[in-house]
Design a protein around this ligand. Structure first.
Ligand code: NAP
Length: 321
């Protein structure tokens, strides 16, 4: 791959991701609604540029005395610009300070790919920070620096994000502290069965990001509008969003849906009571997985308006089981 092209592609992706961020002020309010609604897992990252707002919301709620620190599970991530071992601790402390906490529950390496230039600017993602490094092993040295954060009691666990099986294997072969979690994109359009099985076999907790398929990004059939998902939702008297979250729970995977809309924040937490009889929803989900999973035979094609059509390899037996 031409490294110039890789760099400009990475920059384009970073700018797109930054453009999806919520407007200033919205996150603090959403956090307060979420904590009131019972959410306890707070997924943060230096890259999201909103840790100060989250810290303010946490401080307010903890200060009210109705929520204890040990009831929360606060996660942040080491940004790609800070993979150099000497940058890891300062980057972590920056997040910790903005979150106004004295420890984190989980610190993830945001990506196995580090950027070579260290950020000197207060803007975390200035253009010079965004060309990927050519080195194939920076994550191993960054990991050792992350392990030291555990030794210091600054974080309870360390983990990774966006790691595939071979990257995990490489890390597991050298790490002193095993990654507790791998946060990756997971939803019925991207079931990543091999990675899921691998992580489960190694005792690595999976955290599903973009559980709704990140609806802000263009998609021929947005997951929330997918007819199969809507059918299952209707059958169980739930919304598509609730069914998509339940999908992960039934796969034994944690999910981190994002919303700044109070009604949706509450809706997304109400994911119990879906199956009218034990196993009923699970059977529906097996059907959904067969229909939607690329590994099991999903194909999208344009001839009938991008409908989801099972390939011939998807048998009637699959559908019945
Ligand atoms: N580790 C990584 O590299 C990585 C990458 C991406 C994301 N993440 C994490 O995963 C989280 C979620 O991922 P995501 O934001 O990409 O995608 P997502 O959760 O799949 O989708 C979020 C979008 O869905 C909308 N939404 C939320 N609830 C809804 C509902 N009940 N009905 C209809 N629409 C609803 C939200 O709109 P409103 O906000 O307007 O309500 C928002 O536009 C992020 O916040 C981040 O913490 C991690």
């Amino acid at each position: 791959v031409n490294s110039d092209n890789t760099g400009s592609h990475t920059q384009a992706v970073m700018h797109l991701l930054l453009s999806l961020q919520s407007p200033p002020g919205a996150v603090q309010e959403a956090m307060e609604v979420a904590l009131n609604a019972g959410y306890r897992h707070v997924d943060c990252a230096y890259f999201y540029q909103n840790e100060a707002e989250i810290g303010a919301a946490l401080q307010k709620k903890l200060g009210e005395g109705r929520l204890k620190r040990d009831e929360l599970y606060v996660v942040s991530k080491l940004w790609n610009s800070f993979h150099a071992p000497q940058d890891v601790r300062p980057a972590f402390l920056k997040s910790l300070t903005m979150l106004k906490l004295d420890y984190l529950d989980l610190y993830l390496m945001h990506s196995p790919m580090g950027f070579p230039v260290r950020s000197s600017s207060p803007t975390p993602c200035s253009k010079q920070d965004q060309s990927p490094t050519k080195s194939s092993s920076p994550s191993l040295f960054s990991w050792q620096a992350m392990e030291k954060l555990v030794d210091e009691g600054l974080v309870k666990s360390v983990g990774v994000s966006n790691f595939n099986v071979s990257q995990l294997e490489r890390l597991l072969s050298v790490c002193r502290i095993k990654p507790a979690a791998n946060q990756v994109e997971l939803h019925p359009y991207l079931t990543q069965s091999e990675l899921v099985e691998y992580c489960k076999s190694k005792g690595i907790v999976l955290i599903a990001y973009s559980p709704f398929g990140c609806p802000a990004l263009p998609c021929p059939v947005p997951l929330l509008e997918n007819p199969t998902v809507k059918e299952i939702a209707q059958k169980h008297g739930k919304t598509s969003a609730q069914v998509l979250i339940r999908f992960h729970i039934q796969r034994g995977i944690a999910a981190i849906p994002k919303s700044i809309t109070p009604a949706r924040i509450v809706e997304n937490a109400e994911v119990t009571g879906m199956a009218s009889e034990p196993g009923a929803l699970f059977r529906s989900w097996r059907l959904a997985e067969v229909l939607l999973s690329p590994e099991r035979g999903e194909t999208l094609h344009t001839s009938d308006g991008w409908g989801l059509v099972p390939k011939p390899s998807c048998t009637q037996q699959d559908l019945n089981s």
